[in-house]
Design a protein around this ligand. Sequence first.
Ligand code: AMP
Length: 471
Amino acid sequence: MSADAGSRGGKVVEYKPLLDEAIRLSAHKPNSVLLVDRGLAKMAMTEGRDLLWSNLRDQHLNDVVPCEWVDSTHPSYTLYTSGTTGKPKGVQRDTGGYTVALASSIPNIFCGKPGETFFCTSDIGWVVGHSYIIYGPLIGGMATIMYEGLPTRPDGGIWWSLVEKYKVTVMFSAPTAIRVLKKQDPALLTQYDLSSLKALFLAGEPLDEPTAKWISEGLGKPIIDNYWQTETGWPILTVCNGIEKTPSKFGSPGKAVYGYDVKLLDDQTGEELTQPNQKGVVAIEGPLPPGCLQTVWGDDDRFVKTYWTTVPGKMVYSTFDWGIKDEDGYFFILGRTDDVINVAGHRLGTREIEESISGHAAVAEVAVVGVADNLKGQVAMAFAVLKDGSLLSDASALLKLEGEIMKVVDNSLGAVARPARVRFVAVLPKTRSGKLLRRAIQAVCEGRDPGDLTTMDDPTALLQISDLVKA
Ligand code: AMP
């Protein structure tokens, strides 16, 4: 099922050509494609395959579709997510467990009640959208709002006008969106009647204290951080106010949610860290609670190897996040243990972007790192070595190449993965054994000390990057 196009910030994003190309590339082709014509773009229809919703709607308006009974372990969907390799993993979710997890989370975590309205500003293509635009609220007997648009169009009050209009009680968004709103007139936060709203939940990336304070004071509502992953499908850490009133702490998503046995483990020894404020890998003791992934689609071995065998000596699920726990049991998430970056709440593998950029014929080698950004949390920066080094002195050729490379990424991974900049260098910083020093590049980009460089093959490599960043 698809549509002619979507609309983003007043721009039409055509879907049909993307869909046709995806079907052309796929080994398993659908017999039929049902299309909604929203009147945004022209569609080229494929005879015998493409069907128009408007033609079929009247014919089937009163059809009763019987329930399809499936086992609780029947897969409900797969969502692809980034890891440290160039090959995204298909997170496979079951049906029964997921339903149980979401149904329990609506009253216990989100304090939502049947008959009320849930407004999640995510995109339905991401896990938060699956769980809390579609399934969670509807399973919990709540109405749900699907809103297509930016939080700033026509102005920064649009969301709050929807809260007033639909008497929203539970709202869910991401810190990046709030940082975008911070640039708008704060008076827009108080123009509408928000008396129905009980709390605003934020997830997907670290919630910085200034942003949390700004929105909480502006709205006069509790802000509730919650930490989870595509893999889990619902929160791992938060405060479950529906069970027991629990104060939030700025900078912490909260405590382990029921069903999750969350531990901090030493990454070298696998030992559990039991003292407060010790930094370790955030791990979950098996079995995972209902709702969490069953396996990696089509690759059980990869599921076990990736998630369950990285902590030495123990078979535990690794989140690949660093964390600490304070004396009151509140966790603080300190960032990823792997090469995954978080751009505006979207998880991207730097290796994936590197692989995509390497697909450009002019590129010999490339390093992609995540660099701190005030608005998006992190952005991707690419440093490429060209096959033809003489181009390095040709500024207009480099500008053209940067545009071309961004297009390559757009086409293979989508615009969210597009690096903020592609810079060109003669050589990349590596260890003598040839390992790319991504962390040193990242440190230089963020104006931090790159650390011990004695193992570096060519110290001038980092200087070049430092010069480019300063320029
Ligand atoms: P995704 O699977 O795209 O939802 O990304 C999951 C990753 O996002 C986690 O492993 C964390 O690194 C990060 N993340 C999600 N929620 C939070 C949060 N509330 N605080 C800090 N990091 C978060």
